[in-house]
Design a binder for this molecule. Structure first.
Ligand code: DGJ
Length: 731
């Protein structure tokens, strides 16, 4: 059992292979305190770390300095308004208007396995995979029962947390803030690592010193967003790939979030993460339960690399579901950058014919096939095939594509409604908006009120009838604007504060129905590029479109940041045409292929019109994908050199789990005059195994390649790259 309760000490000890997390119950008042999280420790006599005997910070009920205690005690789940002035996790509004609450331990249970979180995405595991602790706490005044759940994965350095709140009172109560996790740590000059960006610039890595006060990353856009990301690392200063300590926090949620650190007066860091409390107010009636989404904590004492690989393994084995989780995906060609809205059956079939000749396996028809959609100004919601564009109908097109030996995929944006659409003309009240106020458009569209079942059912019927009408095996589910003008025509006024979360629950319900009814579908989520690339969406789709920026060099930043947490198998990446449509840069076709190989791999170009020398390379790239995809999808990923740090080159590798094979990618971004070959040190190999480099037939030991390094011959020219394939040999 990886979770033990020591009854005499009243201590819970949660052990992963390399980390320990400890919780203690304070005798007199049953406070649940945090004792320790870090490198694995066998000893469990660590309650002294809670410092409950240091005057005036003692917990006794009648103590005149009670706030002094509450304001420094490392509460596992701090609550609002009683004297802990640091960030809290739980706040309420009672019928009398009071906001405070306080929790005390009541009981606990420890069991093998993990329960699902109803209506929410979450990691899963069998009895052999994980063990769960449920700590039941109570606010005796409010009659509010709070269950803190912790799951420990046996083979991974992962602990997940979630919270359930049940109202045992006869009066309703309003929850105004329910975060999912809190962790109090002694500061060790920690840095906060987060991922930031914008449209076409998602998930660039940022590190900043944790200073006094609060610093956060958050979204109030209704989606996890391009701008910020539901991940936070608390890392020792100067952390690198292999050395240093990091606590990772990843939030399994796709809507508003906050991840925050706070350095307090005693030089302790409080880290919290959960649903952003802005515009959140959830009414809990008698016996109702609210479930806060899961946070996945990963501890690594071996640098960022171990954290990354732990998240990758967890997501591949305990979050992503369905047929494609561990399966090679068909190489697709998407017509968005090839045609935008300007296509018809003939054009798509031209692309498909040429693509199939080159070895591409699936045609994806993107935006513009329905209603009168000839630009992004109209028709969202009118999910009927435009037979002026698709002469002969959708089934004809799909059949013709299938006859070429290719699969067929289709794009939807189910959550949206255009003001210029039949749907809006029939149901203007289906859009999220505030009655009497002109709602803000974004990309000339509104968001559907998915808090309402009738609207969800309508959307679902539209999608499923299209999917049933032809042999469609892939769906790209897009979301091209974020929420504003928060108002639902249907929720009562007291429930308007539930809209953000109900919207996200609505999206989850729709996607669950979709994958349940069409289990063979390959679902790719997307949100104006990568605005909803988060663990929540990964629970429904094994891959997510990473960014609308398909430039190979920009993708080095974007994919490095994304792969900090997410497995390469989930990162939507395509080879597109040049000059690149987002930045105007020209890069060699070959390099575009190497970078796309770091993700799902596919094409996004008009294959009938690209230069002949590029087209000729496609069969080789297709072969490269087939040769390496098992390794890329299932192997261990190592960052070797980062262009965002050195400004000249990038290098990464993927090593098979048995360490018998490795693929190294080297990209020279900017060529430099007058330098030798560049030496890189490989990672993750077996030191005592010998490896043959396929390209040169040279044989070197793992220890030489890792500790001494490998020379990469001088490359002449910018934006060029190479692959180095190593296989273990007897020597
Ligand atoms: C945004 C997506 O990221 C693109 O790939 C494309 O599908 C467009 N939307 C279509 O509107």
């Amino acid at each position: 059992m990886s979770i033990k309760y020591y009854a005499d000490e009243r201590v819970f000890k949660l052990d992963t292979p390399s980390s320990t997390y400890m919780i203690g119950i304070v005798d007199d008042e049953q406070f649940v305190g945090h004792i320790y999280y870090g490198r694995r420790i066998e000893d469990y006599h660590l309650s002294y770390l809670m410092r409950i005997n240091e005057l005036p910070y003692v917990p006794s009920q009648n103590n005149r300095d009670r706030t002094s205690f509450l304001d420094c005690f490392p509460m596992e789940y701090p609550t609002h308004g009683l004297g802990d002035y640091r960030e809290d996790c739980l706040a309420v509004k009672t019928d009398k208007g009071h906001t405070a609450c306080g929790l005390n331990y009541v009981s606990h249970s420890i069991y093998e396995g993990k329960k699902p979180l109803e209506g929410l995405p979450a990691t899963f595991g069998s009895k052999e995979d994980c063990t769960t602790l449920e700590l039941v706490c109570m606010d005796q005044i409010l009659k509010l029962e709070v269950t803190l759940s912790y799951t420990v994965f046996e083979k991974l350095d992962v602990i997940t947390r979630s919270v359930q709140i049940r109202n045992l009172n006869t009066e309703s109560i309003v929850l105004t803030k329910v975060l999912s996790t809190c962790l109090d740590l002694e500061n060790k000059d920690y840095e906060m690592m987060t991922l930031h960006g914008s449209w076409a610039r998602e998930r660039h890595i940022q590190k900043r010193k944790i200073g006094h006060g609060k610093q956060s990353t958050s979204s109030v856009r209704g989606a996890s967003s391009h701008q910020d990301h539901p991940f936070m690392g608390i890392a020792s200063k100067g952390i690198n790939e292999d050395q240093g300590e990091v606590y990772g926090f990843s939030f399994v949620y796709s809507g508003n979030f906050i991840a925050q650190t706070e350095l307090d007066q005693f030089n302790r860091v409080r880290a919290v993460m959960g649903i952003h409390p802005s515009d959140f107010a959830w009414i809990l009636k008698e016996q109702e339960v609210f479930t806060a989404p899961e946070v996945i904590m990963v501890y690594s004492a071996e640098g960022l690399g171990h954290m990354t690989r732990t998240y990758h393994d967890l997501f591949r084995n305990h979050l992503i579901r369905g047929e494609y989780t561990h399966k090679k995906r068909p190489i697709l060609i998407n017509n968005w950058e090839a045609t935008y809205f300007d296509f018809n059956t003939d054009k798509l079939l031209d692309i498909a014919r040429e693509a199939s000749r080159l070895g591409i396996e699936m045609l994806v028809m993107d935006d513009g096939w329905f209603g009168n959609r000839s630009s992004d100004n109209c028709a969202l919601g009118d999910w009927q095939v435009n037979e002026n564009k698709l002469k002969g109908g959708l089934r004809y097109l799909v059949n013709e594509v299938n006859k070429l030996g290719m699969k067929f995929g289709i794009w939807f944006e189910p959550e949206m409604i255009s003001p210029d659409s039949n749907l809006y003309r029939a149901h203007p009240d289906w859009a999220i908006q505030i009655p009497g106020r002109t709602a803000s458009l974004s990309r000339n569209q509104y968001v559907l009120d998915l808090s309402r079942k009738e609207i969800r059912d309508y959307v679902y019927e539209m999608i499923s009838s299209v999917l049933k009408s032809a042999n469609i095996t892939y769906v790209k589910w897009d979301m091209n604007r974020q929420l504003s003008d928060l108002g639902s025509f249907y929720l009562e006024k007291e429930k308007q504060g539930e809209l953000y979360h109900r919207y996200v629950l609505g999206v989850y319900e729709l996607q669950e129905r979709l994958i349940h009814d069409f289990p063979y579908l390959l679902l790719e989520n997307c949100s104006g590029g990568g605005a909803r690339f988060d663990p929540g969406m990964l629970y429904y789709s094994p891959q997510i479109w990473c960014s609308d920026d398909t430039d190979a060099i920009e993708r080095l930043y974007i994919q490095e940041g994304t792969a900090m947490i997410y497995p390469l198998s989930s990162i939507g990446a395509h080879v597109s045409d040049c000059p690149n449509h987002t930045v105007g840069r020209g890069t060699p076709f070959e390099t575009r292929g190497y970078v796309a190989l770091l993700g799902t791999f596919g094409y996004e170009l008009d294959v009938t019109r690209i230069p002949e020398e590029d087209r000729k390379m496609i069969p080789d790239q297709v072969a490269m994908y087939h040769k390496y995809n098992d390794l890329v999808r299932e192997g261990d990923y190592y960052r070797i050199a980062s262009y965002s740090e050195n400004h000249t080159h990038d290098a990464w590798s993927v090593v098979s789990k048995d360490k018998k094979e490795a693929l190294v990618t080297f990209i020279q971004v900017m060529a430099e005059p007058n330098y030798h070959s560049r030496r890189i040190q490989l990672k993750g190999l077996d030191a005592h195994t010998f490896y043959c480099i396929e390209e040169t037939k040279e044989v070197y030991s793992g220890e030489a390649l890792m500790y001494a390094g490998l020379n990469i011959e001088r490359i002449f020219g910018d934006f060029k790259g190479k692959l180095i394939h190593l296989t273990a040999v007897n020597h």
